[in-house]
Ligand binder design. Sequence first.
Ligand SMILES: Nc1ncnc2c1ncn2[C@@H]1O[C@H](COP(=O)(O)OP(=O)(O)OP(=O)(O)O)[C@@H](O)[C@H]1O
Length: 285
Amino acid sequence: MTSPAITVNGLHKSFASQRVLINLDWQVQPGRIVGLLGRNGAGKSTLLETLLGLHQPEFGDIRLLGDAPAAFSAGTLARIGYVPQQTELFEWLTTQQLLDYFAGFYPRWNHERCNALLDRWQIAREQRISKLSVGTRQRLSIVRALAHEPDLLVLDEPVSSLDPLARRDFLRELIGDVLDRQTTVVLSTHILSDLERVAMDVAFLHQGRIQLQGALDQLQEEVRRVHAPAATLQQLGIRPLRGGAPDSDSVIARLSEQQLALLQTKPDALLTPVSLEDLFDEVTA
Ligand SMILES: Nc1ncnc2c1ncn2[C@@H]1O[C@H](COP(=O)(O)OP(=O)(O)OP(=O)(O)O)[C@@H](O)[C@H]1O
């Protein structure tokens, strides 16, 4: 079996007295596109930045591509691409100068792809970065991360400033990359429709932990809104995803095959599908 691209065990991270990540465990398998979801302030950026070694955790073990962040080798660093939420590029350089500068750091730099993306996304090569629009800077940051053909790509809300066409084009590029090169992608975004388009897996961060993770299609198959008398729900051991015992006759729950089959035989039970937004509401309430 191939080893996970990301493994996290027992991660704790606080800022002063504020506990943001609490005994967090997580695994991401290679070649997957994983959507990281959570409410504002849930700690998504903190998690991604801690994985990359930009914050020092209090406790916990982290492995990215087999290495701990404190001891990333140059080889491992070159295999990781990162697009931060706030792109702070070198303002005084032009686009071309910036890309030439970064190309020098990486053993793999795909000039052809880089040039094709600059053309397609209409990023002026001789323009100073300080003069680029926010969306264009975001696109440039994506070009920079894709150009060195990383094996693991960490994207923290990379599309928040992109127009719908640019977003669609970027997502297409991302899927192409995963299919061609088996890149592992962790993507944090609030745009659920984008995730529905590209994510293979979703992970919900809430109250400092990954509360739910799974393949999106499998979750959509297994999670249902169940309308049935509370007694029936209890009898079948159906528990609301948000935890606790069912206290009403309508819950959102992850159902086993057996529970699903039994519910389908009950005339007073009704099952309805759940959207990703419903799931988000339920898990992060
Ligand atoms: N460098 C820091 N110093 C102090 N507190 C911080 C720092 N970075 C983040 N925080 C706090 O940690 C919490 C989690 O923030 P974080 O930015 O990780 O959340 P998020 O899920 O990425 O939010 P959003 O969806 O709004 O981008 C917030 O309460 C934030 O104020």
